[in-house]
Ligand binder design. Structure first.
Ligand SMILES: [Zn+2]
Length: 162
C-alpha cells in the first residue's frame, strides 16, 4: 500500500498504526471493522479531498466521511452506504435541506431538529439521513417528506435576498 505522506488531520494515524472501528456497512449488511484512511485512497483525482479522513470497509470498499470540522474529527457521519444509497441520501437532502437552510440564526437549527424529530415520530425509530440502511427505507422517507411538504406541514422557505 502506498504510504500516506500528507500531513495528518488525525495525529494518531501514521503509516505504522491502523485504526479500525465497528461501523454498520450497508452492502455487507453487518457491522464491519472499518479502517480509517485518507481521501487520497478513495478519491485519487480529487486533491481537495486527499487530506480528509474516511472510514473504509475493506470487504466491499464502500466508505463514509467524518465530522472532520468538529472536535471529534474521526467520528463517522453515519453508517457506510452503498453507491446507490449515497445517491438516494443526496436526493433526500435536496428535499429536506431547503426547509431549514434558509432560516436565520438559531431558527435554522431549531427547524432542522424539528424536522428530524418529526421524521423520527412518523417512522417510529430514531431517524437520521446518514443512518438509512436500505433503498426501501430511503424511498419511504422520500415519499413521506414529499407528502408533508405537499400538505404544508413542512414549509419550504425562500432563499434570503442578498
Ligand atoms: Zn462492506
Amino acid at each position: 500500500m502506498e504510504k500516506l505522506t500528507i500531513l495528518p488531520i488525525i495525529p494518531q494515524l501514521t503509516t505504522f498504526q491502523i485504526m479500525t472501528k465497528q461501523i454498520h456497512c450497508c452492502q455487507c449488511q453487518k457491522e464491519v471493522e472499518a479502517r480509517l484512511t485518507y481521501g487520497k485512497e478513495i478519491y485519487s483525482h480529487r486533491d481537495d479531498l486527499h487530506a480528509l479522513p474516511f472510514w473504509i470497509c475493506d470487504i466491499c470498499k464502500n466508505y463514509v466521511g467524518t465530522h472532520h470540522k468538529t472536535k471529534d474529527k474521526t467520528k463517522p457521519l453515519g453508517n457506510i452506504p452503498t453507491k446507490e444509497l449515497r445517491e438516494a441520501r443526496k436526493h433526500i437532502h435536496a428535499l429536506l435541506d431547503p426547509i431549514w437552510q434558509n432560516k436565520e440564526g438559531d431558527e435554522k437549527w431549531k427547524e432542522r431538529a424539528r424536522i428530524y424529530r418529526f421524521l423520527t415520530e412518523e417512522l417510529g425509530y430514531k431517524y437520521h439521513t446518514a443512518e438509512i440502511k436500505t433503498i426501501e427505507e430511503s424511498r419511504v422517507v422520500y415519499r413521506l417528506v414529499q407528502f408533508y411538504i405537499k400538505k404544508g406541514y413542512l414549509i419550504l422557505t425562500q432563499p434570503k435576498s442578498k
